[in-house]
Design a protein around this ligand. Structure first.
Ligand SMILES: C[S@@+](CC[C@H](N)C(=O)[O-])C[C@H]1O[C@@H](n2cnc3c(N)ncnc32)[C@H](O)[C@@H]1O
Length: 218
């Protein structure tokens, strides 16, 4: 079986019993939380400082948008790290589990979950400090077959993220592009839409697989 055949499918892997299975999996929780901690580390990456003159001020009052928040593993880590969090997910089966868990959480007031599509983010301009997305961003083009449709979607989302971010806002996306071509599509959609940035690979031997995109609003 190729690596990509083992990757979860959207939406089948996240509805009904699959959503329950996802939320109850200790392995998944550990994995998502570990990756989110890495994303927080990348958010503070000093190489991003060199990309413009705007300084990155350490401020725990930052509002972080968690794109494709699922059942909230990543959002929980962000809230526990002291950030204010807006988690967005398109599937009720996933998001309602996140909301349910948040009720018992001491950081309840720091997290807001919104049922919405990453492609149509219902957020105001200049309202978000930084964006993270863990294991979700590749799904925004999963139903698009034509290259033109993929490009259109990626450009719209990159433009929207640019609008809702405050000045010098940062974006860290951990995702699984299908191949090198798709990785290039994702990267260039941000570069064409006023972001600077670069890719970090966790495993240099992988041709595709897990990638981290580190970006900063110009
Ligand atoms: C691997 S899961 C969630 C990972 C999340 N980091 C967590 O901690 O649980 C990926 C999520 O992306 C969501 N998703 C996929 N496409 C989406 C879209 N267009 N808009 C919003 N959410 C989307 C799915 O519903 C799913 O819950």
């Amino acid at each position: 079986m190729s690596e990509n055949n083992r990757l979860p499918k959207f939406p089948d892997s996240y509805i009904g019993d699959k959503a329950k299975e996802y939320n109850n999996s200790n392995w998944m929780e550990r994995n998502q939380k570990k990756t989110t901690l890495l994303c927080i580390q990348y958010l503070y990456d000093t190489k991003l400082d060199l990309l413009s003159t705007q300084d990155f001020l350490e401020d725990k009052e930052y509002i972080i948008l968690d794109l494709g928040c699922g059942t909230g593993f990543s959002s929980e880590v962000l809230a526990e790290s002291g950030f204010r969090v807006i988690g967005v997910d398109i599937l009720k089966d996933m998001l309602y589990k996140a909301k349910f868990k948040a009720k018992d959480c001491s950081n309840y007031n720091s997290v807001h979950y919104i049922l919405a599509d990453i492609n149509y983010l219902p957020l105001k301009e200049n309202s978000i400090d930084h964006v993270i997305s863990v294991s979700a961003y590749n799904f925004i083009v999963s139903e698009k077959r034509e290259l033109g449709d993929k490009l259109k979607t990626l450009n719209i989302v990159a433009t929207t993220i640019h609008k809702i971010l405050k000045q010098a806002g940062r974006v860290v996306i951990e995702f699984y592009p299908k191949d090198e071509k798709e990785l290039e599509l994702f990267t260039s959609s941000f570069k064409k839409n006023n972001f600077n940035g670069f890719i970090v690979k966790s495993n240099l031997k992988q041709k595709s697989g897990q990638q981290f995109l580190l970006l900063k609003k110009k």
